[in-house]
Design a protein. Structure first.
Length: 627
């Protein structure tokens, strides 16, 4: 703060004694509150606490499946969605180990996520309520773990020519119809099978939110996702096939969402082969081979026992279908199979859309494949041709999240690839994205005097947990002329952030130099001063026993975080807070601040919504290096 008289009653300040602002004389407390009313507004609630954290502890069992666990973390959000996820705490852990972690979550959250991850950054996450005492991953939903109880042996029922094969036959009989198929060699059959269908629980509220996030991150609605999908590593490297793990875990498919208009007329088929069979084949030979493989019907939306959706669009989970393996070659009616696939077997999927007696000319009829080589004809046919995909373009997108694969189909021409989405879980290799998450940032913003101007930049310190027993503090800004010092036990072993060194001097300036540091965009930015400190395992940003504070040697006062009954002269924000520029009041830099200040249950994330041009943006908190 600047040495100016903001209000006429400022001269009433008592400056001759040393005491804390959270244990001050009544006249000082009143002075701060009256000052805040004049600067910020009369409607603020000074009886409530100014805290913005939910602090708790949880014991996590590192029993997530499918990864070689190296760490356990607590996250603010699901990292597979579009929402940015931050690490609240972490510790090294091994499979089956139980670890207890303290964490400080932003108070706009009711739930957070436990995470198990390997050394490459592959994640498994599970939500839990803040305040919950224990978390384990081994009770995930059936649709995600895809474990199979003893079931009847799968059996081949009837077979008939595919639409593609029928259209080729129609062209051979009359070269004026189905002309797109004239150069194809389709001769495959579609087989009905008897296999396991199980009821599963619908989405919980959090699962629904997470799955919506998966869609938004991978196949966003009403977006042309074609180019991104066709250039992705998944598409380029796998041709949208999933690879069997060869374990005793069965492979299940669960319909989850439909964005297309004709859900009652969707059928999902699958096929499989040993990739060694196609080694050395030319493109033409590979196409002919794939076109000849038998296709097995996994689900028919019109079957009474498969019906999950009744309207459009919908998101629902109610049935899980199990894939069956019938060996290589063409099956025969009555042939029995197994639910176990040989390791490395490639599994492909086909969506059949709209069956009609006049299938040869109906503009919506089509068999759409994840493998681009099998869409040459349908991509030039009927309504699907409006997508202008050309030849060799996929009709499906595969993406992975939290131990499951997902496949979304494009049935017509808007290219968002989310007309129907299925979850594929169990005995398949997971398409795991490699994730690198930032640690959550906590920002301490202080005023230096009782008569604050509430730009909250007189002293700014940011902090991050490095791990369970280390915290990084960063002195970011000093918008004050007074002689100020950092104080508190947390800095007792400091080498840079010394309690005996004036804050301007820590930045490399001179005490009492009237230099404002990193508080105005037009000024030169000075590098923050950062240092990592060892802390106890029970450290918490929300525990007053671990707080630091500011000593103002000019006024002989300590400035601590604001408590109930006081003005907001010091606040701790659980975010990488972009503090206001010099002499810009926080209520003007953040329009939602006063709503929160007057009623703490409203706008609890006010600090996420700054006004452009009124905040300091040059200082970007550096990512914590692994210790």
């Amino acid at each position: 703060m600047k040495k100016v008289v903001i209000l006429s009653f400022a001269a009433l300040a008592i400056v001759g004694c040393k005491h804390d602002l959270d244990d001050v004389l009544v006249s000082d407390k009143d002075l701060g509150v009256e000052n805040a009313k004049a600067v910020l507004g009369e409607n603020l609630d000074f009886t409530s606490d100014w805290g913005m954290l939910k602090s708790s502890s949880v014991t996590i069992t590192a029993d997530a499946e499918g990864i070689d666990i190296a760490k356990v973390q607590i996250l603010t959000a699901n990292p597979f969605t579009t929402e940015k996820a931050f690490v609240l705490n972490e510790v090294a852990a091994k499979k089956g180990e139980k670890v207890t972690l303290n964490y400080d979550a932003p108070n706009f959250l009711d739930s957070v996520y436990a995470a198990c991850l390997d050394a490459q950054g592959h994640y498994r996450v599970k939500d839990f309520k803040i305040g919950q005492e224990t978390v384990s991953f081994n009770n995930q939903a059936v649709a995600q773990t895809a474990r199979r109880a003893a079931v009847a042996t799968p059996t081949v029922l009837t077979g008939k020519d595919s639409w593609n094969a029928t259209r080729l036959a129609a062209y051979k009989a009359d070269n004026k119809v189905s002309t797109q198929w004239k150069d194809s060699k389709w001769n495959d059959k579609l087989y009905d099978i008897s296999a396991t269908i199980e009821d599963v629980a619908d989405f919980t509220a959090v699962e629904r939110k997470d799955f919506t996030g998966y869609m938004e991150a991978s196949v966003p609605e009403k977006s042309d996702n074609r180019k991104r999908i066709m250039l992705s590593d998944i598409y380029v490297n796998s041709a949208n096939y999933m690879s069997a793990t060869g374990t005793q875990q069965s492979i299940t498919v669960t319909p989850l969402s439909v964005g297309g208009n004709y859900w009652p007329d969707y059928k999902l088929y699958y096929y499989y082969f040993d990739p060694a069979q196609t080694a050395g084949m030319s493109k033409e030979e590979r196409i002919e081979f794939l076109e000849s493989l038998p296709k097995y019907k996994l689900m028919d939306q019109r079957d009474a026992n498969a019906k999950a959706f009744t309207g459009w669009p919908q998101m629902k989970r109610c049935k899980t279908f199990t894939l069956a393996y019938f060996g290589e070659g063409e099956p025969t009616e009555g042939m029995q199979g197994t639910y176990e696939f040989p390791k490395g077997t490639y599994i492909g999927f086909m969506l059949q859309h709209l069956e009609n007696q006049n299938y040869g000319t109906h503009i919506y009829n089509g068999e759409f494949y994840g493998d681009s080589l099998l869409n040459n004809e349908v991509n030039k046919f009927g309504d699907a041709a409006k997508a202008k995909m050309g030849t060799d373009a996929t009709r499906a997108a595969i993406f992975g999240a939290n131990g499951s694969n997902y496949i979304g189909f494009e049935d017509k021409n808007d290219n968002d690839f989310n007309d129907v989405i299925f979850q594929v879980a169990g005995g398949v290799e997971i398409v795991d994205p490699h994730l690198e998450l930032d640690k959550n940032v906590y920002t301490y913003s202080f005023e230096d005097r009782v008569q604050g101007d509430y730009d909250l930049n007189d002293v700014v310190v940011k902090a991050q947990r490095v791990d369970k027993t280390h915290v990084k503090f960063s002195l970011e800004a000093c918008g004050a002329e007074d002689e100020l010092f950092l104080k508190g036990d947390i800095f007792k072993n400091a080498e840079k952030l010394l309690t005996t060194k004036e804050i301007h001097e820590i930045f490399g300036g001179n005490a009492g130099s009237n230099q404002f540091i990193n508080t105005k965009e037009s000024w030169t930015h000075i590098a923050p001063v950062q240092e990592i400190f060892e802390v106890s395992e029970n450290f918490s940003f929300g525990n007053p026993n671990f707080e630091f504070y500011i000593y103002n040697n000019t006024t002989k006062r300590n400035v601590k975080l604001a408590r109930a009954g006081q003005d907001p002269h010091g606040i701790l924000i659980p975010w990488d807070f972009q503090y206001p520029q010099e002499q810009i009041v926080v209520k003007n830099a953040y329009k939602k601040f006063n709503n929160w200040g007057s009623k703490r249950v409203d706008e609890t994330d006010w600090y996420k919504y700054p006004e452009a041009g009124k905040i300091y943006t040059k200082s970007v908190f550096e990512r914590v290096d692994e210790k």
